[in-house]
Design a binder for this molecule. Structure first.
Ligand SMILES: [Zn+2]
Ligand SMILES: [Zn+2]
Length: 443
């Protein structure tokens, strides 16, 4: 039985919280002040501490800081603040000190249970928290494109067919909603989720490949993050210069945006990923580093219905080495074997995928002028997909200068290339609003 410690100087509130937690099967401890609470916490090492902020004999901030400073496993104890203070600054301070959740009194029991459910499904394993595996087993896995453009949004009459929003793809598998990147396509996705939920809490996981603008810029406009009933978990790898949370919050600082990241009312849990393989519910996730400026990854999602590889930003090593740098193949033959090895790792990562969503920003002529920018040309992307034996390739991260007619030509050219290479990969250009289901129909 797991233990929770409730710290609050309001006896009536404290005993109410203790009772509802005991009814849910928790072993409950209680304290009427922060100092006494810390003594009990050190002795019993509870899994979760639920603490008020404003108390005599040790306030809640002190409780949070003391636990976090302890280090070790106990330093990672989950801490939920329950407070009468609705002020954004108090919320910011508590979360910055290390609280995992912030609930404003009067306490809504379902919100507390919602947080506890999230903790229990992932906290103890070190894996990202998610809904319980296999709660709901869907017949198919859905992949839907909400933003397919690279670099910058491109609305206008020339892009109405393929769409002008930047990178965002929704994956639904069993009971999981997984969102790949938060380009401006996440704004209409948020509206659709809010309408679909009809007031019920939404839980979802946002997996970011990296924090370039075209992959995070839509997040401040993501409606589910503004509803305190909802839980939005944001996962990505640490950036080259700053931590994930600092990078995401800096795009919402006051010179750029009216609301800070921590003032968004939803339960937003930001977690830097360490392992390259983990689970979100029943979906197994594998990550691989992309060849792209800064820290950038692609994800492979292995579902019960098939696998999806999402690699929106990538440039092939071999091409870069051959044509892009002074350390070219003629001068350094070993550069070629290194580059081949790197590209082979990518092919292995994509091997046999049912769906590959891949950076195909340029054609060959454009690429030769933009070597080293971190993006691929169509010919390289098709060759990669065919080498990996991918069933369905979606050309992705369309260049802002490419209108619908140009992207349609990319599709035609890509299909020609597949047959020239003797492959069987089907190709389409990713289109905003389009969706596909796994398992793929037989052809
Ligand atoms: Zn990008
Ligand atoms: Zn990028």
């Amino acid at each position: 039985m797991k233990t929770v410690l409730v710290i609050d100087d309001d006896r009536v509130f404290r005993s109410t919280v203790c009772r509802i937690l005991a009814d849910k099967g928790w072993n409950v401890l209680e304290a009427d002040g922060g100092d006494r609470g810390l003594e009990i916490a050190l002795e019993h090492r509870p899994a979760v501490v639920v603490s008020d902020l404003l108390m005599p004999h040790g306030n809640g901030y002190k409780v949070i800081r003391s636990i976090r400073e302890t280090g070790g496993a106990f330093g990672k104890t989950r801490i939920i603040v329950t407070t009468a203070s609705p002020y954004g600054t108090d919320r910011d301070t508590a979360l910055a000190a290390g609280a995992d959740g912030y609930l404003v009194k009067p306490l809504i029991a379902s919100e507390l249970f919602h947080l506890l459910d999230n903790f229990s499904s992932g906290a103890e394993t070190g894996k990202p928290a998610g809904a319980e595996d296999g709660d709901i087993r869907s017949a198919t896995t859905l992949v839907k494109f909400w933003g397919v453009r690279g670099s910058v949004p491109t609305p206008g009459p020339g892009t109405v067919h393929f769409g002008g929003n930047t990178s965002c793809v929704e994956v639904r598998s069993d009971d999981q909603i997984i969102v790949l990147d938060a380009g401006t396509g996440i704004r209409p996705l948020g509206g659709a989720l809010a309408a679909e939920s009809n007031g019920k809490p939404i839980q979802l996981t946002l997996l970011l490949t990296h924090t370039h603008w075209d992959h995070i810029q839509g997040f401040p406009f993501f409606a589910p993050a503004y509803n305190p009933k909802n839980t939005v978990r944001v996962f990505a790898y640490e950036g080259a210069r700053k931590g994930l949370e600092a990078t995401l919050s800096s795009q919402m600082e006051s010179p750029y945006f009216p609301i800070s990241l921590h003032q968004m009312p939803g339960n937003i849990a930001i977690q830097e990923l360490k392992a390259m393989s983990f689970n979100i519910g029943s979906v197994q996730i594998e990550a691989a580093f992309a060849n792209h400026p800064g820290i950038c990854v692609g994800y492979r999602l292995v579902t019960r219905h098939g696998s999806i590889v999402y690699m929106p930003d990538n440039e092939l090593f071999q091409r870069l080495k051959e044509q892009g740098t002074p350390r070219s193949v003629e001068n350094f033959p070993e550069a070629q074997s290194f580059a081949k090895h790197q590209d082979q790792k990518l092919i292995d990562f994509m091997k046999g995928a049912d769906i590959l969503i891949l950076d195909s920003q340029y054609d060959e002529a454009e690429y030769l002028k933009r070597i080293g920018w971190g993006h691929s040309c169509l010919d390289d992307s098709v060759a990669l997909a065919v080498s990996a034996g991918v069933k369905q390739l979606y050309l992705f991260h369309h260049d802002p200068d490419h209108d619908d007619a140009r992207i349609s030509k990319f599709e035609v050219r890509a299909r020609e290339l597949v047959s020239l290479l003797g492959g069987t990969t089907r190709v389409e250009a990713a289109r905003e609003g389009a969706s596909v289901e796994l398992p793929m129909p037989m052809v």
